[in-house]
Design a protein around this ligand. Structure first.
Ligand code: ATP
Length: 539
C-alpha cells in the first residue's frame, strides 16, 4: 500500500477523520473529525491562537520584527452583508476555470486535468486523467491502448511525447486531439468557463435576490469590516494584528486529496495593519515567523518550503506573496501543496470597503465604474483611515495577511508524523509498528495510563494517576489486553507517553514512563508524574 493509503485507512480506523454523512454514501468534499481528529485539530488551532494572538507579548520586541506590536482576536459570522463580497471582489472575481465533457457530462477544474501526448498508428492525441499522480501513467496507458486498439503487450508501439502537463498548458487549437479524463472519444471538452466558488443561500423569508447571501469563502473580510470597531473599542495602536479562526466555504469543482481541498474548511487568518512605510519589513517578518511556526511544531526538512510568488502570479493588489508549501505524499514527486499564503495586500482591502470595489487593472488602483460612471459596487462610505495620535499623521494602513488552513495543517502534521518501524515485543521479537510521531503539544492524547495486570491493586493506583493527570490534559486509561498491544494502540494514536503501574509500584510507589519515539522506559515517582508529564508536553 502507498503511504497515503495507509494514512487514510489509519485515520478512519482510529477515528481521526470520516467522510461526512458516510452512512448515506458520503458527500464529496466534506469531512468530519472523529474523537482523535477533533483533539488534534483543536490542539493545532489552540497552538496557533496562543502563539499568534493570546500569548503574544506586546511589550517584547520579537526578533526580526521592525518593532513591538499588539494582537487581538475576533469571531465574526459566516453570513455577512452581500455588499462585503461585492466590494472585496469575490462576487465578480472569485472563480476557477472549468471545462465540461460532452460525452461523460462530468465537470473538471481546468488546471487540474493532466495528460500526455502520445502517438501510434500515425495519429497523435493528448490523453488526460484525473487520477492521483502515482497511478496516472498507468491510467493514460490503458486509455491510449484502448483508443488505438492495441493490446497490453503492444505498449511499446505507443510513442510518448514529453511528460505529464496540465491542460492549461495545451494550445486550445489542439482541442480536437484531446481525450477527456472519462471519455473514450476525442474533442469532447468545452472551452474553459468561469465558475463562482461562493455558496449562495437565502436569508429570512425573502427568496429572491433581495434575500440572497453568501457563505464566506474566507474569514479575512470579517476582520476588515470590523477594523473601525476594533480601533474604537480597544486601545490598540498601529502596528497591530487581528486574528480569527473559523469556517470558510468554497464550492470547489473537484474536491480531492483527502481533506486538502474541501468545500467546507477552517481558516486561521491574521490581518496585520501597519504604516505603509514599514509594510515590506512586516511582510518579511510574518513570512519568516509563520514558516518558523510550522517548523517548531514538527514540519521540517525538505518537505516544507517557502516559495515567493513570481510577479505574474501575484494577485492584482499584492506587492508580494509567499506560500508555505508542503510536499504531501499524494502529490507527484517534486510537487508541493499550499499550507498557507502570506500576502502583502497594501491598502486594497480597507480602501475597497471605504470607496467601493477597485478596478484591478488600474495602477494606482482606482474605483471600478459602470457605464454610467457610477461605482460598480459602492463601498460603505465609512472612514477606515487611521490617525496616529503621536504624529497626527492620517493614513490608510497597509495589510499583511498570513492566511492558513487548519485542515491542511492537520493533514500535513499527520503526513509528517506517520511512520512505520520495527520494535521488539515483550519476548524480544521484532514486530513492525505504525507510529504517529506527533509533537506532544498537538498530540490528541498526551499520556496513557495502564495497570500491568487487572489485579493486585494495580488498577486502583492507575486510576489515581489518571484522575490526577486528567485535570490538566487529555489522557487515556486502558486496562484491556496485553500491555504490548496497548502500547501499539497508543503509538498509532500518536500518544507520546505511556505510564505503567506494575508490581514494583506497589512496593515503592514508582511507575514506568515509556517514550513513544525512543522506546526508553524509566521509573519515576508517582508524586512526580503530573509535573514530569506536564513539563514534557509543555503544558
Ligand atoms: P488553492 O490554490 O489551493 O485553491 P488558495 O490559494 O485559493 O488555495 P487562499 O485563498 O490563499 O487559498 O486560502 C488560504 C488558505 O486556506 C490556504 O492556504 C489553505 O490552507 C486554505 N484553503 C483554501 N482553500 C481550501 C480548501 N478548498 N480546502 C481546505 N483548505 C483550503
Amino acid at each position: 500500500m502507498m503511504q497515503m493509503e495507509k494514512l487514510v485507512s489509519l485515520c478512519k480506523r482510529r477515528g481521526f477523520m470520516f467522510q461526512s454523512s458516510e452512512i448515506y454514501g458520503g458527500m464529496n468534499g466534506f469531512w468530519d473529525y472523529g474523537p482523535l481528529g477533533v483533539e488534534l485539530k483543536r490542539n493545532i488551532k489552540d497552538a496557533w491562537w496562543r502563539d499568534m494572538c493570546s500569548g503574544h507579548n506586546e511589550l517584547s520586541h520579537p526578533q526580526g520584527a521592525p518593532s513591538p506590536y499588539e494582537m487581538v482576536g475576533l469571531d465574526c459570522t459566516i453570513l455577512m452583508h452581500p455588499q462585503v463580497w461585492k466590494c472585496s471582489g469575490h462576487y465578480d472575481l472569485f472563480h476557477d476555470f472549468m471545462v465540461d465533457c460532452r460525452e461523460s457530462k462530468k465537470r473538471y477544474r481546468f488546471d487540474q486535468v493532466r495528460g500526455r501526448w502520445v502517438a501510434a498508428k500515425g495519429q497523435k492525441i493528448f490523453v488526460t486523467t484525473m487520477v492521483e499522480a502515482d497511478t496516472e501513467h498507468e491510467d493514460v496507458t490503458r486509455k491510449a491502448l484502448k483508443f488505438f486498439n492495441l493490446r497490453n503487450k503492444d505498449a511499446d508501439q505507443l510513442a510518448w511525447d514529453g511528460g505529464f502537463k496540465s491542460l492549461e498548458k495545451i494550445d486550445m487549437s489542439d482541442r480536437a486531439s484531446i481525450m477527456a479524463p472519462d471519455a473514450v472519444t476525442l474533442g469532447t471538452l468545452t472551452e474553459p468557463r468561469e465558475f463562482n466558488l461562493m455558496f449562495k443561500t437565502y436569508v429570512g423569508a425573502l427568496s429572491g435576490e433581495e434575500g440572497a447571501a453568501f457563505l464566506r469563502p474566507e474569514t479575512a473580510q470579517g476582520i476588515f469590516v470590523n477594523f473601525k470597531n476594533v480601533l474604537d473599542s480597544t486601545r490598540v495602536r498601529i502596528p497591530f494584528g487581528v486574528a480569527q479562526i473559523g469556517k470558510s466555504f468554497r464550492n470547489e469543482i473537484t474536491p480531492r486529496n483527502f481533506t486538502f481541498r474541501s468545500r467546507e474548511f477552517e481558516q486561521m487568518e491574521i490581518e496585520f495593519f501597519c504604516h505603509p512605510n514599514q509594510s515590506r519589513e512586516w511582510y518579511s517578518y510574518w513570512r519568516n515567523r509563520r514558516m518558523a511556526w510550522y517548523t517548531e511544531l514538527g514540519l521540517s526538512g525538505d518537505r516544507l518550503r517557502l516559495r515567493e510568488h513570481h510577479e505574474d502570479e501575484l494577485s492584482h493588489y499584492s506587492v508580494g506573496t509567499a506560500d508555505i508549501e508542503y510536499a504531501f505524499p499524494f502529490l507527484a514527486e517534486g510537487e508541493y501543496g499550499e499550507l498557507e499564503g502570506i500576502a502583502h495586500r497594501g491598502d486594497f482591502d480597507l480602501r475597497s470597503h471605504m470607496e467601493g470595489k477597485l478596478d484591478p487593472k488600474t495602477r494606482p488602483l482606482q474605483l471600478e465604474r459602470n457605464e454610467q460612471g457610477q461605482p460598480k459596487h459602492r463601498g460603505s462610505g465609512k472612514d477606515l483611515t487611521y490617525r496616529d495620535d503621536l504624529t497626527n499623521e492620517r493614513f490608510t494602513p497597509h495589510v499583511i495577511e498570513p492566511s492558513a488552513g487548519a485542515d491542511r495543517a492537520t493533514l500535513a502534521f499527520l503526513c509528517e508524523a506517520f511512520s512505520e518501524d520495527q520494535v521488539p515485543d515483550e519476548d524480544g521479537k521484532m514486530q513492525s509498528r505504525v507510529v504517529l510521531r506527533l509533537n506532544p503539544r498537538i498530540a490528541p492524547i498526551k499520556a496513557a495510563i495502564f495497570p500491568l495486570v487487572k489485579k493486585d491493586g494495580m488498577p486502583e493506583v492507575a486510576e489515581e494517576i489518571y484522575g490526577a493527570l486528567k485535570k490538566h490534559m487529555n489522557v487515556f486509561y486502558d486496562e484491556k489486553g496485553a500491555v504490548g498491544r496497548r502500547y501499539r494502540r497508543q503509538d498509532e494514536a500518536g500518544t507520546p507517553y505511556c505510564i505503567t503501574v506494575d508490581g514494583q509500584t506497589l512496593q515503592d510507589r514508582t511507575v514506568t514512563l515509556r517514550d513513544r519515539d525512543t522506546l526508553e522506559q524509566h521509573r519515576i515517582r508517582i508524586d512526580d508524574v503530573v509535573s514530569d508529564v506536564r513539563q514534557r508536553v509543555g503544558m
